[in-house]
Structure formats: structure tokens, C-alpha cells
Ligand binder design. Structure first.
Ligand SMILES: Cc1cc2nc3c(=O)[nH]c(=O)nc-3n(C[C@H](O)[C@H](O)[C@H](O)COP(=O)(O)OP(=O)(O)OC[C@H]3O[C@@H](n4cnc5c(N)ncnc54)[C@H](O)[C@@H]3O)c2cc1C
Ligand code: FES
Ligand code: FES
Length: 1331
């Protein structure tokens, strides 16, 4: 065979020839590090976030056409790109050439906040448009299945891109249809749009770059076998089947790699090494597809996208009864990963991975697909049946064999097939349980002739419920069969209560629920096909919706805001929906994030070495093997810290590197410094640490039992609790657990440290919300005064509180390394490391006793609050304080007492997270309110409103409330959501449906604005005016997507009376504005805005004489005149919030500058059989004062709401009983995706509500709306109440947060749940625990 070691491909139209490519190198690293194309981002490295999306174009010689596919660059081996053309975000447009319409529209439609996800999203949509310039809205939504955004709440992205959509059932928000949601509410009359689509450049497909002609020519030449030998891995890409089989015989252990979506993950996340990789993607036999007499034959290397297209065509063309299995495959593909994965992943890869939760294998097993296996000189055909999978990830294939093809069979008349899947998140998630089910009836009867039931997620392999199937043969398809099937399945599909994956009861219930759905859908089909031939058991009409497949409804949204008054000067842009000032650069990939900084000369890379034990003494550390790894420069531990190894936030209770003892899994013990990231990470894994284990405390319950707390309990009391209970007509008692949350900022923690070589100076580029804190802690670690350290922040790819204090964990280590090596050192944490070490939102346990009167008036609340703080104090005291201050939510409680405990456990320290303890406490308030409502038997909204605060009320912290807008928001939300009529409609729906239930809930929020620690409520700004009149603005806040810099430029522009084009913000740095508070607590606009205003006033007063002297002059003339007159054109501004004087001893004084208010109303539909839920509609009314920028504020409201939706209804951190975090990436930890936004999503900013307490009458907005997502949780709970009522279960019940499918399903008690009781606690060790 002719071999070549030359990789030829194109990137953005430029030809690249690489010799001897390292097979371990992926496209993303190559683009970023070798080509400097940093527009493509690394968000996870495991195909789960889409921020690395690029377009790959190639001539497909099997399909005989050029195809364009969106691909995750992080999983694409560079070797696999021979003869392809790669297009990155830089290749489609830029600010210096021309913007591509995709880039323009996402930016101008406000679909980019922090911007880290933006290039990936741009490339997904760009690829769609290359293939289909006129997509329908649903195709646009589908194309984003594999792209996550943590900031925007997706609505703005979808709405921006809807301008590409041709109208289908919905006009895609463009108002062109009569029944458009925009028209319905009259939104367009009340508010202008947040952007103007008519300004958008048209999409002109003829302008797109062409496929490189040279590549087309190359395809006419013969392919050569490609051979690349790297340090550890050899990659061989044969061209013929014969060659492949010879190679497989020579290297039986070799892996066949097509999409690399399994192997890539195993190598990266599981540390597997496969020395030989065979790439069969170009072998004709493995890429064929063909309809045969008995079914459709696919070569094993056919991609899932291709299979979907081919099957869809067959379904369209063939009689429906023949394509039952194909439809099931298509249904599974609908929810299989995202487009980027499906575009490269092969059917053979899915089968041969033999994962117990493969989505396709249950279908293939139940339908009895035929597999052709080949080895050198041999071919055999096996049926996929219960014997095919021989163990966990094992099959009957012999080492020399490969899977050549699979035949998916046609079905015949009287044969039915269904497939089901339930996952934590509907889109792009692996299954909890899935299944394929087939039944064939004796001709002309409903007597079962053949039955195949296959399950994933019920054991170590895809399982066939053989016994059940056999026992049901010959039985009639009726209720008795259903009953018997369920009993048999319960018996056959046993799961140990300790089974890996957890959720054991739920999984067992699901196995029955799926059968029940199958049973009903078969009855329905029998009725349709054979009602004239025999009597089919009838289905009660209220059962019918149980068989419906999930349908996406066309999205719609309305945003209402107050326009600026008619007389406002045109140069005054405060109040205008200005796009985020960096959004265009973010969309073109030109915006620079910390790890995008070009490599510095002699730069080294750091990798952390962390503890694998939750609590242990370190017996030994052996780095000898690690130091042998190529490129390793040194290994650092506590003794290498030149200053103090003690570090921490409020108190110094942490270490830079662990000393003697570790207190959590993920505790940083040391660090490896090496020439490349790959070497550093490899070496870090080779450091051997032995431990002497100590007993860990992991959960809140453990901490309570062992009285393990950070400090003494804290109490807050107001009124007379005993008197309150004495006045009560009734009392409820209960408890609620509210799980933690991972920040999941798309950009992980990152630091680059550059020693300056003299006087101990060091410059750090950090992705942090607290530059001053980094400066201070690095100075301490290095043993130098703070004036030697400069911390600089250009922008963050999201923070949400996770980069308020925890950034220092990495920055101090990197600084120590840079100091030691005397050269620049960089580290951007991998997603799994970041999630492991950096902590998140505190899990809370709340216990309550609430006294109330018959009309629902609350008279006494007695609470105990526990939070899981982890191993260090960090900000937990402040978090708990905020929880205490918000435990009333928006309700006046005359008598209240709370005692709170900060639990000290062996988990990584939990920290700040948007809302900062308030959401947990407010959730508890709504939980007890929900119980009170249930007990009173009165309408929820009546009881809630009765208790809402009024003007002049005194809070439980004894602060008098002024300008209370909560009732205004409440009434407006009730009205705009048509709450009362929809309540009736929901009740009616529930009467008509047994297995789908709807729920509706309305939730208020009141959020106190200012830092709890009074001293932090200060800010500085520095304004320079240069002689050309341009202004450089600097302030203490960091830009993390929330639009702070945009708002601050608006403020400065108004204050100085100049256009925003004259003002620039370059970065935040400690050498310009010192001693800054973190960008947190929602107050950054308030504080920095005022400081900027102050600086501007100083400058204006200096300019005054020059204006007077030349009243008709220009800004530039005044500036120049002032300069010539030797007037300083630089001013520092300062601001502190006045009158903050809360005294915790006396519980009096002003704790907050003011309060923000809001109300959210949500409607959901749950599937009572699977626990799935659909967010039907949300209406929000939010009080943001006079908005500085309605587009930014609405973006914050939507983003916060969606983050809250994840928190209360989706995201679940899962820990082992030993304190190991399992959920360490987007694969296992699910944040909301675009399809999770409420189908109808309406946000209205309260009108006429100026706020005297903040800059230009605005209000803070970052955190307050998050809690409104509790309306989703309580709507779910409302639906569960209806489901339980249908099973005659009434009375209070506890639903912990988040309301995940397993919690929902387990709460919907029915006959199936009764068949699967949970194992007795204490009789087994669970796989995961609630911490
Ligand atoms: C983000 C993400 C989401 C995912 N979501 C899902 C999901 O929703 N549902 C699901 O089921 N899976 C999911 N997966 C798993 C994976 O994408 C699929 O299993 C995919 O089909 C694997 O195909 P591949 O070509 O990428 O496999 P590769 O990684 O290239 O190979 C996988 C394995 O198959 C073997 N193999 C491949 N072809 C052959 C052959 N012809 N003969 C013998 N052995 C062969 C390889 O040696 C290797 O062991 C997901 C993966 C990722 C990264
Ligand atoms: S970085 Fe590639 S998908 Fe997340
Ligand atoms: S804008 Fe999408 S992650 Fe920040």
C-alpha cells in the first residue's frame, strides 16, 4: 500500500500541509495554539457546549457532493481532516472586512452577552445557512441543540436568527402573521423592538467562499493510506476494506475511529490510551446505504445525520406499516446529542461502544437488526439479540473483527414499534432509561405472536426483557396483559439500590411507564388498523395524550419597556436599547478573553494536582514519575510558596497548596509546570499521593449530627414569635432541601502571570470578578506588598459569582509558579477541573413552622436554615446573612425567628452565586406559603397577595419600605398573563387528561440592593480625556457579559454630553482604580455609575470656563483649550452608598439602599408517566427603575430567569457518598438549552418607576429576576398536585429542588409507582447522595 504522512487541508481558504501530525492533537488546539485563531473557544473539551463549533466542508465521494457540517473542533482529531476545508468564525467576517449577516444579527439582536458561546453559535447557524439559506424556525432551533449559552436565556439569539427563517407555522417573531404573538398583546404599539431587522444586511448565499477547487481536484486523484505516528499514538487511515481488515488482524487491539465522540472522550476524560487508531471513514463498504428486500442496510461508518436523512426519505416514500422501526430510530435521533455530534458520529460507533445507555441499541435489539461482521478472509452475519452484548461495553465481536454494516428491518402489517427515552434534559443528553419495543400480532387478531422489549439504563448492558416477552406470547393485548407485563418487568428488570447512575426507583418506574405508553400506543394503532376486524380494547379518552410524542411549539416572545421621553436629547443614549458594545467583536471572534492572549516568550503551562480524598492526612507525595514526563519544568507544593501559604477570603482558612491534610476532593495539593498544557496535565496525573484516610463529613445531615459548623449559629428575630403562634388558626410544619448549583460560566477559570523581573513585580491577566482580591492574595502568597502586583481583566466569559473569590485558587498557584520559574505561566482549567475545585451555590436545608389565620394571613414563621458551606468559610457568612434578610421573600411577616447554621463539610468550598443565598431562603418562603395555601384551601394568588408588602411596611430587619412596587408588578403580571382565565383552562385541561397535567404559579420577589458588608459599598472611577477629545474610561467593575461597560459608557456619555463613540473602556485594572469591590451583588452599575458621574462632574467643572469662553465651540476645541491652559484632563471619581447603617446586634438600621421587585407567572405541562416537563409560558414583570438600557436589562432578566430555571428544575450536582463530584462536565451536568425556554416568554419592565437611589433613576437587575424561575418549580408542583389527586392522594407533600424528572415522576404516585417501592434507607449504600 502507498503511504503518506502528509495532511492537506484548508483553513479559512488557506492551504495547510502538515507532516507528521500528532494523532493526539485536536483541531481546536491546532487552531488556537498553532494558527492563533482564538475565535473558536474551548468551553468543555467534550462535545457538550458547542463553543468550539467550526464548519468542515468536504467532497463526499459516496454522496457525490460537497457537504458542509458543523463540527466540535474539540473532538475532531486533526488527522481526520485530510482533504477538508475548515471555516472558523474568523473566516466568515470581521470588523475590519465585512460582517457576515449571522454575526451582525446575533450581535444587534442582543444575543451575545459575555460572548464566549457566540462564535460557536454563529458557526452552527452559518453552517445551517450554507446548506439551507431559507430554513424554517424549527431548523434554526434544531441547529442550536449542541450549543449552550449561560448568559442570554436564548430568546434574543433565537429571535435574532428568526430573521433568517421563512415563515412556517409561526412567523418566528417577525410579526408578519396575523396571529403573531407580537400583535396579540399590542406589544409593537407599546414598545419599539429591541432591534430593527430592516437594518440587517441581507443574506446573500452567492457571497460565501467557495470550496477550494484544489480539494476537488485532489478527490479525483487516488487516496493514499495516511499514516501518522505520534509520541503515544499511531493513526492509520486505510483506503480499502481489505487493507483495513489486514491492519485489524495485525493490530487486534486497535480502535476504529470515525466520529471520535466516544474514543475522544475516553482518551481525554478517562485517561485511556489507544496506541493504534484505524480510521475507516473513507472505505466505500463502510459508507454504503441501500434499501434491500428486508430492510435498509447502512455501512458502519455512516454518520447519524446521514442515517436520519436516509430513513426520513424512506418513511416519506414507503407505506407507513413498513417503517415502524425507522420512525423509532428517527425519534431517538431527534434527542440524540446535538447536530455537531450527529454530523460526525457513526452508527457503528454507537453500536460498538456498547454503552448501556446507547439510544440506538435498544431499538436495534428489539427489532432484531442484522449485523455483518468482517475480519481478514471472513464475514459473518449475526442478529442483534440478547446475546450480542456480553458485558459492560463488550460485544461478541472478536478482536480481529470489525462491524461492516447493519440492516434495519422493515415491519409488516400488524407489527408495531416504539422507542422512548427519558433524560435529565430533553435535548442533547444521555438517557436515564430508554427502550425499544416491538410487538407483532397473529394475523387478524390482537394475540401477541412476537414481542421484543429492550431497555437501556437498566443494567450494565442494553438489556432484553426476554422472560417477560416470552411469557406474554399468545396473550391478548388488553388490561390483563398490561398488568401481567408490569409485574413481570418489575421482577425481571431488577436494579440494585446501589446501582451506578442512581435514581433507582425512578428507573424502575420508567421501565413500567414506557411499557404502559407502548401498550396504549399499540392499542391506538390496532384500533386504527383493525377496528373492523376485531374488538380492540378501548382507551379512555383522557389517556390518549399519554401516547403523544413530544411536540415543539413555535416560540414566541414579547418584550415591553418604556421609551425615553420625547424631549430627550439625541446625544443622550441613556434609556436606549443599545447593543452590548463588544457584541460585534464577540460575534466575529475578535473579542479577547484571558486564554486568547498570545503566548508570551518562554511561557510555561500549569496543571493542578488535586486530592482524590475528601478528608485525609497526606502520607506521601511522589512526583518522580511526573518529573520524567517530557517538558516538565517543576512540581510545586506548599514549601514553594515564598510568602504565606495561608489564604482565604474573610478569614485565612485556606491554603495555596494543602499542607499535611486535605479537606475535600479537589483540594489543591500541588502543581506541575511544563512546556505545554498536554505535558503538564499528563504529568499532574502521574504525581502519586498516598493518604491516611480520615472520616469525612459530606452532607448537611452529617454536619448536624457531628455539630460541624463554621462558627456559632446565628439568630434573627423580629416581633414576638410565641404571640404570633398564639394568634394562628392553624400551623404547618415541614422541610425542604434545595440542592446546589454549578456556575457553568462558559469560560473556565484562567490566569496568565508574568513576572516583571524587578522589585518583585508581577502582572496577572485573570478571568475574575475581583481584581483587587487577586492582587491582595497574590501579594500575600508571594510575600510582596500589593503595589508590586497588577491584576488586569479585559472581559470574562461569564462569572455569576463563581469568579468572585474562587479565581484566587488558581491565580495564587500560577503566580507562585511564575515567581519560581521566573517566566510567564498560564493555566486555563479544564471544565472537569473547574467544576471539581471551584465550588458553587450552597445547598440549603430549611425547616419551618408557620402560623396563619383562616384567610391565609401569616402571623408567625419559625425557621431553621442550614447551608452546606464546604471546607472553608469563603463568603458563607455573607451568603447566610443574605438568606436571613430574604427569608420573607416579598411577604410581611409580623413575627419571625430564624436560626441558621453554616455547615462545615469536606466538600470544596461553596461560594457566591447570583442571588447569594437569597434564592434559597425565598424558595423556602414560597414552599411554606404553598403549604399554607393548600391548608387554607383558598386560591394561591389570593393568599399570596394578602401577605405582600405595602408602602411603608417595616421588614423583619426593621427597614422601612419606600416606593414599594411589588403590588404594582403583581397586578400587572396577573393581568398580562391572563392568570385567572388560564387558571380555569389549566383546571379544565387537567380534567381531560389523566397522564399529562398542567400547572400554573405566580411568584413575587423582593431583592435588597447593596453589599451586606457596608464597607464594600464604594467604587472608584478614573476618566482621562486626551487632547483629541477621546475619553478613556476606567472603573472598578469587570465586564462579564452583563453589559456593565456598555451602561457605564452610556452614563459617561450623558454626564459629559458627548457621543459614546468618543468613549472607550479598555480593561479593569488594579493600577488604575485601586481597592475595588468585586463586581457582584448587582450593584456595579449603581456604584461605578455614580463614581463615573462624580469624575465627569469634576472634569465638567474644569471645562466650564472654556465652554463659557467659546459657547459655540466643539468638545474637541474645549478640550484642546483646556490642555493648552494646563488644566488636568484626568479625574478620579468616587462614590459610597450613603445611609447604610444596619446593626446586626439590634437588628435595625438600613441594610439595603433600596429593593428591586418583580413577579413571574409560569405554566408548565408534565408527563406524569416520565417526569418530563414542558415550559409552556412565562410572563415576567420586573421593576428596574428607569432602565439605563432596556436591551441589556431584558437580557439580564431573561438570562437570570433561565439560570434560575436550571437551578429549580434541571441542574443537579451529584456526589458519591465519599464526597466525589460525579457531575463534572456538560455530559452529566445539564444546564438549560435553547429548547428549554418557555414556548411563550414575555418580559415587561415596569413603567413609571424611577428610583431615587441610583444612577439616573435606574435599578439593579443582575440577580433579582433569578428567583422568578421558582414559578416554574411551583407550576410543576401544581401539576403534580393534580396528578396525585387523580390517584386520590391529597394533602401536603414535600418536593425538593430541583424538580428533576425523577422527583416529578416519583411524586406522581400511581399504580406503577406503587409497584416499585424504594429500598429501605440504611439497608444499602446509594450511588449518590444529597449533600
Ligand atoms: C456530547 C455527546 C453527546 C452524546 N449523546 C449521545 C446520545 O444522546 N445518545 C447516545 O446513544 N450516545 C451519545 N453519545 C455517544 C456517541 O456520540 C455515540 O455513541 C456515537 O455514535 C459514537 O460514534 P463515533 O463514530 O463517534 O464513535 P468513535 O468514538 O469513533 O468509536 C466508538 C467505538 O466504536 C468502535 N467502532 C467504531 N466503528 C467500528 C466498527 N466499524 N467496527 C468495530 N468497532 C467500531 C471504536 O473502536 C470505538 O471503540 C454522545 C457523545 C457525546 C460526546
Ligand atoms: S469545547 Fe467543544 S463542545 Fe465544548
Ligand atoms: S453569552 Fe452565551 S455564554 Fe455568555
Amino acid at each position: 500500500m502507498k503511504e503518506s504522512n502528509e495532511l492537506v487541508f484548508f483553513v479559512n481558504g488557506h492551504k495547510i500541509v502538515e507532516k507528521n501530525v500528532d494523532p493526539e492533537l485536536n483541531l481546536l488546539t491546532y487552531l488556537r495554539k498553532k494558527l492563533g485563531l482564538t475565535g473558536t473557544k474551548l468551553g468543555c473539551g467534550e462535545g457538550g457546549c458547542g463553543s468550539c463549533t467550526v464548519m468542515v466542508s468536504k467532497y463526499n465521494s459516496f454522496q457525490k457532493k460537497i457537504i458542509h457540517i458543523a463540527v466540535n473542533a474539540c473532538l475532531a482529531p486533526l488527522c481526520s481532516l485530510h482533504r477538508t476545508a475548515v471555516t472558523t468564525v474568523e473566516g466568515i467576517g470581521s470588523t475590519t472586512t465585512r460582517l457576515h449577516p449571522v454575526q451582525e444579527r446575533i450581535a444587534k439582536a442582543h444575543g451575545s452577552q459575555c460572548g464566549f458561546c457566540t462564535p460557536g453559535i454563529v458557526m452552527s447557524v452559518y453552517t445551517l445557512l450554507r446548506n439551507n439559506p431559507e430554513p424554517i424556525m424549527e431548523e434554526i432551533e434544531d441547529t442550536l441543540q449542541g450549543n449552550l449559552c449561560r448568559c442570554t436565556g436564548y430568546r434574543a439569539i433565537l429571535e435574532g436568527f428568526s430573521t433568517f427563517a421563512k415563515p412556517s407555522s409561526c412567523c418566528g417573531w417577525n410579526g408578519s402573521k396575523n396571529d403573531c404573538c407580537k400583535g396579540q398583546t399590542g406589544a409593537s404599539q407599546l414598545s419599539p423592538r429591541l432591534f430593527e431587522p430592516s437594518e440587517f444586511k441581507p443574506l446573500d448565499p452567492t457571497q460565501e467562499p467557495i470550496f477550494p477547487p484544489e480539494l476537488l481536484l485532489l478527490h479525483e486523484s487516488q487516496q493514499q493510506t495516511l499514516f501518522f505516528k505520534g509520541e503515544h499514538v499511531t493513526w492509520i487511515q486505510p483506503t480499502t476494506l481489505k487493507e483495513l481488515l489486514t491492519l485489524k488482524s495485525k493490530y487486534p487491539e486497535a480502535k476504529l475511529v470515525v466520529g471520535n465522540t466516544e474514543v475522544g472522550i475516553e482518551m481525554k476524560m478517562k485517561n485511556m490510551l489507544y496506541p493504534v487508531i484505524l480510521a475507516p471513514a473513507h472505505i466505500p463498504q463502510l459508507n454504503m446505504s441501500q434499501r434491500t428486500e428486508t430492510g435498509i442496510l447502512f455501512g458502519a461508518a455512516c454518520t447519524l445525520t446521514y442515517i436520519g436523512t436516509f430513513l426520513k426519505q424512506a418513511v416519506d416514500e414507503l407505506p407507513s406499516y413498513r417503517t415502524e422501526v425507522f420512525k423509532a430510530v428517527l425519534e431517538q435521533l431527534r434527542w440524540f446529542a446535538g447536530q455537531q455530534i450527529r454530523n460526525v458520529a457513526a452508527i457503528g460507533g454507537n453500536i460498538m461502544t456498547a454503552s448501556p445507555i446507547s439510544d440506538l441499541n435498544p431499538v436495534f435489539l428489539a427489532s432484531g437488526c442484522l449485523l455483518t461482521l468482517a475480519s481478514e478472509g471472513n464475514t459473518r452475519v449475526v442478529r442483534m439479540d440478547g446475546c450480542f452484548f456480553t458485558g459492560y461495553r463488550k460485544t461478541v465481536l472478536k478482536p480481529q473483527e470489525i462491524l461492516l454494516s447493519i440492516e434495519i428491518p422493515y415491519t409488516k402489517k400488524g407489527e408495531y414499534f416504539s422507542a422512548f427515552k427519558q433524560a435529565q434534559r430533553r435535548e442533547d443528553d444521555i438517557a436515564i432509561v430508554n427502550c425499544g419495543m416491538r410487538v407483532a400480532f397473529k394475523e387478524g387478531t390482537d394475540v401477541v405472536e412476537e414481542l421484543g422489549l429492550s431497555y437501556g439504563g437498566m443494567g450494565p448492558t442494553t438489556m432484553s426483557a426476554k422472560k417477560t416477552s416470552e411469557q406474554l406470547l399468545g396473550k391478548k393485548w388488553n388490561k390483563e396483559l398490561l398488568q401481567e407485563a408490569c409485574l413481570l418487568l418489575v421482577d425481571e428488570l431488577t436494579l440494585s439500590p446501589s446501582a451506578p447512575g442512581g435514581m433507582v426507583q425512578f428507573r424502575r418506574i420508567l421501565s413500567l411507564s414506557f411499557f404502559f405508553k407502548f401498550y396504549l400506543s399499540v392499542l391506538q394503532k390496532l384500533e386504527q388498523d383493525f377496528k373492523s376486524d376485531f374488538q380492540v380494547e378501548s382507551i379512555p379518552p383522557e389517556y390518549l395524550s399519554a401516547t403523544e410524542l413530544f411536540q415543539k411549539d413555535p416560540p414566541s416572545a414579547v418584550q415591553l419597556f418604556q421609551q425615553v421621553p420625547p424631549g430627550q436629547s439625541p446625544t443622550d443614549v441613556v434609556g436606549h436599547p443599545l447593543a452590548h458594545l463588544s457584541s460585534i467583536k464577540q460575534a466575529t471572534g475578535e473579542a479577547i478573553y484571558c486564554d486568547d492572549l498570545p503566548c508570551f516568550e518562554r511561557e510555561l503551562y500549569l496543571a493542578l494536582v488535586t486530592s482524590t480524598e475528601a478528608h485525609a492526612k497526606i502520607s506521601s507525595i511522589d512526583a518522580s514519575e511526573a518529573l520524567k514526563v517530557a517538558g516538565v519544568a517543576c512540581f510545586l507544593t506548599a514549601k514553594d510558596v515564598p510568602g504565606t501559604n495561608k489564604t482565604g477570603q474573610i478569614i485565612m482558612d485556606e491554603t495555596v497548596f494543602a499542607e499535611g491534610e486535605v479537606t475535600c476532593v479537589g483540594h489543591v495539593i500541588g502543581a506541575i509546570v511544563a512546556d505545554t498544557a498536554a505535558h503538564a496535565q499528563k504529568a499532574a496525573k502521574a504525581v502519586k499521593i498516598t493518604y491516611e484516610k480520615l472520616k469525612p463529613i459530606i452532607t448537611i445531615q452529617d454536619a448536624i449530627a457531628h455539630e460541624s459548623f463554621h462558627g456559632p449559629p446565628r439568630k434573627l428575630e423580629n416581633g414576638n414569635i410565641d404571640l404570633g403562634f398564639a394568634q394562628a388558626d392553624d400551623i404547618v410544619e415541614g422541610e425542604m432541601y434545595i440542592g446546589g448549583q454549578e456556575h457553568f460560566y462558559l469560560e473556565t477559570q484562567c490566569t496568565v502571570a508574568i513576572p516583571r523581573g524587578e522589585d518583585g513585580e508581577m502582572e496577572l491577566f485573570v478571568s475574575t470578578q475581583s481584581p483587587s482580591q487577586i492582587q491582595s492574595l497574590v501579594a500575600k502568597a508571594l510575600g510582596v506588598p500589593a503595589n508590586r502586583i497588577v491584576c488586569r481583566v479585559k472581559r470574562l466569559g461569564g462569572g455569576f459569582g463563581g469568579k468572585e473569590t474562587r479565581s484566587s485558587l488558581l491565580s495564587t498557584a500560577v503566580a507562585v509558579a511564575a515567581h519560581r520559574m521566573k517566566c510567564p505561566v498560564r493555566c486555563a482549567l479544564n471544565r472537569d477541573e473547574d467544576m471539581l475545585v471551584s465550588g458553587g451555590r450552597h445547598p440549603f436545608l430549611g425547616r419551618y413552622k408557620v402560623g396563619f389565620q383562616k384567610n391565609g394571613k401569616i402571623v408567625a414563621v419559625d425557621l431553621k436554615l442550614y447551608c452546606n458551606a464546604g471546607d472553608s468559610l469563603d463568603l458563607s457568612t455573607a451568603v447566610m446573612t443574605r438568606a436571613l434578610f430574604h427569608m420573607d421573600n416579598a411577604y410581611k411577616i409580623p413575627n419571625i425567628r430564624a436560626i441558621c447554621y453554616i455547615c462545615k463539610t469536606n466538600l470544596p468550598s461553596n461560594t457566591a452565586f447570583r442571588g447569594f443565598g437569597a434564592p434559597q431562603a425565598m424558595m423556602l418562603a414560597e414552599c411554606w406559603m404553598n403549604d399554607v395555601v393548600a391548608k387554607c384551601g383558598l386560591p394561591s394568588e389570593q393568599v399570596q397577595k394578602l401577605n405582600l408588602y405595602q408602602e411603608g411596611d417595616i421588614t423583619h430587619t426593621n427597614q422601612k419600605l419606600e416606593e414599594v412596587n411589588i403590588r404594582k408588578c403583581w397586578d400587572e403580571c396577573l393581568e398580562s398573563s391572563s392568570y385567572h382565565s388560564r387558571r380555569k383552562a389549566v383546571d379544565e385541561f387537567n380534567r381531560q387528561h389523566r397522564w399529562k397535567k398542567r400547572g400554573l404559579a405566580i411568584i413575587p420577589t423582593k431583592f435588597g440592593i447593596s453589599f451586606n458588608a457596608t464597607f464594600m459599598n464604594q467604587a472608584g472611577a478614573l476618566v482621562h480625556i486626551y487632547t483629541d477629545g477621546s475619553v478613556l474610561l476606567t472603573h472598578g467593575g469587570t465586564e462579564m457579559g452583563q453589559g456593565l461597560h456598555t451602561k457605564m459608557v452610556q452614563v459617561a456619555s450623558k454626564a459629559l454630553g458627548i457621543p459614546i463613540s468618543k468613549i472607550h473602556i479598555s480593561e479593569t485594572s488594579t493600577n488604575t482604580v485601586p481597592n475595588t469591590s468585586p463586581t457582584a451583588a448587582s450593584v456595579s452599575s449603581d456604584l461605578n455609575g455614580m463614581a463615573i458621574h462624580d469624575a465627569c462632574q469634576i472634569l465638567l467643572s474644569r471645562l466650564e470656563p472654556f465652554k463659557l469662553a467659546n459657547p459655540k465651540g466643539t468638545w474637541e476645541q474645549w478640550i484642546f483649550a483646556a490642555y493648552m491652559d494646563r488644566v488636568s484632563l484626568s479625574a478620579a471619581g468616587f462614590y459610597k452608598i450613603p445611609d447604610l447603617n444596619y446593626d446586626p446586634e439590634k437588628n435595625e438600621g438600613r441594610a439595603f439602599n433600596y429593593y428591586s421587585y418583580g413577579v413571574g407567572c409560569s405554566e408548565v405541562e408534565i408527563d406524569c408517566l416520565t417526569g418530563d416537563h414542558k415550559n409552556l409560558r412565562t410572563d415576567i414583570v420586573m421593576d428596574v427603575g428607569l432602565s439605563l438600557n432596556p436591551a441589556v436589562d431584558i437580557g439580564q432578566v431573561e438570562g437570570a430567569f433561565m439560570q434560575g430555571l436550571g437551578y429549580f428544575a434541571m441542574e443537579e450536582l451529584r456526589y458519591s457518598p465519599e464526597g466525589v463530584l460525579y457531575t463534572r462536565g456538560p455530559g452529566m451536568y445539564k444546564i438549560p438549552s435553547a429548547s428549554d425556554i418557555p414556548t411563550q416568554f414575555n418580559v415587561s419592565l415596569l413603567r413609571e418607576s424611577p428610583n431615587r437611589k441610583a444612577i439616573y433613576s435606574s435599578k439593579a437587575v443582575g440577580e433579582p429576576p433569578l428567583f422568578l424561575a421558582a414559578s416554574i418549580f411551583f407550576a410543576i408542583k401544581d401539576a403534580i398536585v393534580a396528578a396525585r389527586a387523580a390517584s386520590r392522594k391529597t394533602g401536603l407533600f414535600c418536593l425538593n429542588s430541583p424538580a428533576t424528572p425523577d422527583r416529578i415522576r416519583n411524586a406522581c404516585i400511581d399504580d406503577l409507582t406503587e409497584m416499585c417501592p424504594p429500598a429501605d434507607p440504611g439497608t444499602f449504600i446509594p450511588w449518590n447522595i444529597e449533600v
